[in-house]
Design a binder for this molecule. Structure first.
Ligand SMILES: C[S@@+](CC[C@H](N)C(=O)[O-])C[C@H]1O[C@@H](n2cnc3c(N)ncnc32)[C@H](O)[C@@H]1O
Length: 242
């Protein structure tokens, strides 16, 4: 399979239209509040830190660039050519290898695994908005890319994030400015029920080594001026429990 044309075009249009300024995209919070916290949770579960790190669904690469400070080789992958173009422009030193890549395209993960070997993997905020038919293939791609020795850290808004988003969108002034484009481009955040996530991992042959809850910091402010946070769940997964 691969993603549908509608889904691909929704992401291309989103990234083409997104403002380039730092923090202008709803979920694009600074790494100190995102990948840095995740790394502390992920590191105890890594068995081979020397492996390449794949940032799957890297968007504009903010978190990938941070991760390049820890991992020897970071490969940022995204479906959207416009996102990859932004990610490359924001990384003039070329610390990260950014590539356009549809993770659910038949055979794509296998080809990349043949090139990279087992990889560690970071994925933030991709599964929760995938089309239903792409969810299991996405988990399968994680299993293929991590192989025997790689481990993955996956962090996704939980189903409790959906009412938070809908309440924000339905406020008197309509959705706040950074959230509005998400809905305007037909993206469907927080659409996956919590129980489904570990089931997708299990069906992919992945063991959940650890999991927990964390707020997912956004760049948007609530009407009272506080930062909007979404309930989210994280998972460290791998082929074995060793
Ligand atoms: C909500 S954004 C998160 C971006 C980034 N992980 C972050 O935390 O800033 C989701 C990203 O996943 C990408 N994406 C969605 N489906 C994908 C797929 N099948 N393969 C690769 N990337 C995908 C989208 O293009 C989008 O940039």
């Amino acid at each position: 399979m691969s993603v549908t044309r509608r889904y691909r075009e929704a992401w291309e249009a989103f990234w083409r239209a997104a403002p380039v300024e730092r923090g202008a995209v709803f979920w694009d919070a600074e790494p100190a509040l995102t990948a840095a916290l995740h790394l502390a949770l992920f590191e105890p579960h890594l068995v081979a830190e020397e492996l390449p790190l794949v940032d799957l669904g890297c968007g504009n690469g903010t978190q990938s660039r941070f991760l390049a400070g820890t991992f020897p080789r970071v490969v940022g992958l995204d479906l959207s050519a416009a996102a990859i173009d932004r990610a490359r422009r924001a990384d003039p030193a070329g610390d990260v290898e950014f590539r356009q890549f549809d993770a659910v395209q038949e055979g794509a993960a296998g080809l990349l695994h043949a090139e990279l070997g087992d990889a560690n993997l970071y994925m933030r905020g991709v599964l929760h908005q995938c089309e239903p038919a792409a969810r299991q293939p996405l988990a399968d791609a994680i299993a293929t890319l991590t192989g025997e020795r790689g481990r993955a850290f996956v962090v996704e808004p939980s189903e409790a994030a959906r009412p938070v988003l809908l309440a924000l969108a339905g406020g008197p002034g309509g959705p706040p400015p950074k959230l509005a484009p998400v809905f305007a481009h037909g993206l469907t955040p927080a659409d996956v029920v919590d129980d489904a996530v570990p089931r997708h991992f299990a069906a992919a042959g992945l063991t959940v080594l650890a999991s927990g809850e964390l707020p997912l910091f956004t760049t948007e402010s609530a009407p009272d001026g506080s930062r909007v946070e979404l309930p989210s769940r994280w998972f460290a997964v791998g082929r074995t429990a060793n």
